[in-house]
Design a protein around this ligand. Sequence first.
Ligand code: 13P
Length: 250
Amino acid sequence: MRKAIIAGNWKMNKTPAEAAELVSELIPLVKDADCDVVVCVPAADFTVVGEAIKGTNIKLGAQNVHFAKSGAYTGELSADMLKACGVEYVVIGHSERRQYFGETDKTVNLRTLAAVEAGLTPIICVGEMKDEREAGYTDIIVEYQTLMALHGLTDEAIKAAVIAYEPVWAIGTGLTATDEQANETIGVIRKAIERKYGKDVADAVRIQYGGSMNPKNVKGLMAQPEIDGGLIGGASLKAPDFSQVVLYNK
Ligand code: 13P
């Protein structure tokens, strides 16, 4: 049995003061969660959030990581830096990074390797654009993105990794993949991992759904056998909403 994992992706939201307020509201609300709970916050919030969640069941996540150990990479953060800030999870290859910042499958792979090497758990995002789904390319796209991201990882590292299937057309749009669409595509991702790495690995890796997941649709999505959790954008910015998603089974 895979343990569910619900992660909030705050994106570029919340100053440290706002972050402290949100997380202090969240802590008591999610303390009885059965799933793993993660908040992926802007680097500016690592310290306040990290301090606030000490001793709680909430884990700290980042939203990106560079692949070099150190060096002349203005504006980037290394995996060791994240680790030293108490970060345990890191989102890699989010579609916003791919669309607006030129991330490629190659850099997603390098970032994943660096994260794993430093002992961070990657949350690797894959997903098709609207026109790609309409043209019938969803499976090819998600299989390719997934296998490219995992290239060079050990079986053990893949088992411990998290993949987030986020159809780009469902992000921040209020459109959600249907329960069946999400389940089917996540099944495609798992099958691709199985073909390359074997059933043992494919059965262990946790695959989330992301894209307008909220308190209303979480139950249906989480009832699907392939869906192991969620990566939540908008609904993670309000403690009552995020906690309802986290407590989807209560
Ligand atoms: P929304 O939940 O706002 O659609 O965002 C999803 C997402 O991109 C999480 O990484």
